[in-house]
Design a protein around this ligand. Sequence first.
Ligand SMILES: [Zn+2]
Length: 300
Amino acid sequence: MLGFILIIAIVLIKYKPTYAVSLSGEAVGYVEDKSEFEEAVDKQVMQYTGKNVDSVSLNVEPSYEFKLVNRTENTNEEEIIIALQEETKITYKYYEVALNDTKKTYVDTQEDAENLVSQVKTELGDTKAKIDIKEIKTENLEEVKTQNVDIAKANLMPEVEEIVEENSLPQINGIKLAVTPVSGKITSRYGVSSRIRSSNHTGLDIACSSGTPIKVVSSGTVTFASYKGSYGNLVKVEHGNGVETWYAHCSKIYAKVGQKVSAGDVISAVGSTGNSTGPHLHLEIRLNGNTVNPQKYLYN
Ligand SMILES: [Zn+2]
């Protein structure tokens, strides 16, 4: 018994107990206290908390083997930790803020994203714009192109302004009237009676020189494009939701029946055809077949 203890004592004078560490089967050195070392790995490798870091994992798991090594041999914990730091896989995380699914900006944190959304919502007022926050993860730091909230907001602003502007357009039964067909002097308002007409005025007259291009007020489909009695050359466009616009007394008609038009497209030219005393556009807006006062929406 005493002999055994003596042998142990002699061995421990010459040798020290250590753990040999290898990464993917490759020996990288020795550590003296395994649990202390594992704690250091956790702190210095796994708990890395740089900008945009979401998670850290090791590409290789270190393996340990108990060994008695010569006391003159040095352990190299710090070197092994550096080796492990080079073997980590880091996932980065950032946030996308998208406006109506198109315009997108990127910020670092959820908090930044929420801050940005609340600022943009304030600018948008009660418009029904769609704003989404999406968390994005990547292992490629190069992909993380985030901006601070102020710059991200400045990038979103042109789109915000466009949405606000569009939302302030006049609307009839959900159809936005984006374009004024011609500019000119109002010569006869809706609803007035006149010697030259049998009924009250069904539209709005805007005087301008013959040949002036007439633009369609909203997108739609041309449903009529020819001469029609007192209207002269007439173009009718259907916009959906029971909304129709009529453009009368044209000198020329460019649009064709069945043609799809976008707001602002030129469909005809100002003239004085039909029951007219001089070149002007007679504009009618109809909802479910009934005329409405165009000045509720345009030229007001
Ligand atoms: Zn008229």
